[in-house]
Ligand binder design. Structure first.
Ligand SMILES: Nc1ncnc2c1ncn2[C@@H]1O[C@H](COP(=O)(O)OP(=O)(O)OP(=O)(O)O)[C@@H](O)[C@H]1O
Ligand SMILES: [Mg+2]
Length: 263
């Protein structure tokens, strides 16, 4: 039997026809932790610069308009942190309006980080309970950054993504925003990721040297490879970033001087 949405009966994305980003609802920007929005502050200039570098590489790898998935091999690698700050860095570039979507319906985080309501959001759009234009908002202080929160908890995220509504939503937002960043669930845990990725133009993988399991990492990268736009090494220690070669690393750690000093 044809699903009602596929027959076009309750399909609602036509509500963005003739609509403009400037018509979005404005909310004040109150990041729960200002450090989480490094790109919009000067508090952590080094991290902000790293996000500008990632932004530049993504924009070079993909042609605008694009929808970019941010995912990782496991829970807690820094997907939401990266998606939020990358979207903010994109919005600050002034090139095109940016939309950040919280598509991690099982573990949504962005509404808390940004101190905003979680619904109406993506879950309500995908279930047909909300119009797109009622769920997306933008920040007064950073009007080029729009956000679609996750919405209320739902028992069937996979079914919501396995739908015409999700496929159409991805097409519609691509038409209205120059770049769309999608905060995803981990790669290999649920089918949600595959369904989300299917509508994205590129993928950024987030790995965290002190956290990400190496086996899961290799499996995730293999899966992401066809659309991989880049890998973000999150929360890396200085030694990890700057070691030039294994020899240098081992000579440093095994050196006579080091052994004598006991460091
Ligand atoms: N580079 C970083 N610097 C400081 N804190 C970080 C950094 N990256 C992540 N964190 C912190 O680590 C925790 C996990 O990060 P985050 O929520 O972004 O991970 P996630 O991959 O989205 O997790 P989940 O799989 O649960 O969605 C959060 O408390 C976040 O603030
Ligand atoms: Mg997350």
């Amino acid at each position: 039997m044809t699903k009602p949405e596929e027959a076009g009966i309750i399909y609602s994305h036509g509500d963005l026809e003739g609509w403009d980003v400037s018509a979005l609802r404005n909310v004040p920007l109150q990041a729960a932790d200002a450090m989480l929005l490094v790109s919009a502050t000067t508090k952590d200039a080094y991290s902000a610069e790293q996000f500008r570098i990632i932004r530049t590489r993504v924009v070079q790898a993909l042609k605008r308009p694009f929808v970019l998935a941010v995912s990782s091999p496991s829970v807690g690698d820094g997907k939401s942190f990266t998606a939020l700050n990358l979207a903010a860095a994109m919005a600050l570039s002034g090139q095109a309006p940016t939309l950040l979507i919280d598509a991690d319906l099982r573990s949504s985080a962005l509404h808390r980080r940004l101190s905003v309501q979680r619904s109406p959001g993506l879950a309500e759009i995908l279930s047909g309970a909300s119009l797109v234009r009622d769920a997306i908002f933008r920040f007064e202080e950073l009007p080029s950054l729009a956000v679609l929160p996750a919405g209320e908890e739902t028992k069937n995220p996979t079914d919501l993504f396995d739908s015409l509504r999700w496929r159409r939503l991805a097409q519609v937002v691509r038409r209205h925003f120059g770049q769309v960043v999608v905060d995803c669930p981990p790669v290999n845990l649920f089918a949600d990721y595959d369904l989300i990725e299917g509508q994205c133009d590129g993928v950024v993988a987030v790995v965290r040297p002190d956290h990400t399991d190496r086996t899961l990492c290799l499996a995730a990268l293999a899966k992401m490879r066809p659309k991989l736009a880049g890998v973000v090494v999150n929360a890396a220690e200085e030694w990890f970033l700057w070691k030039k070669s294994p020899e240098r690393y081992y000579s440093h750690y095994g050196s006579e001087e080091r052994l004598r000093s006991g460091k």
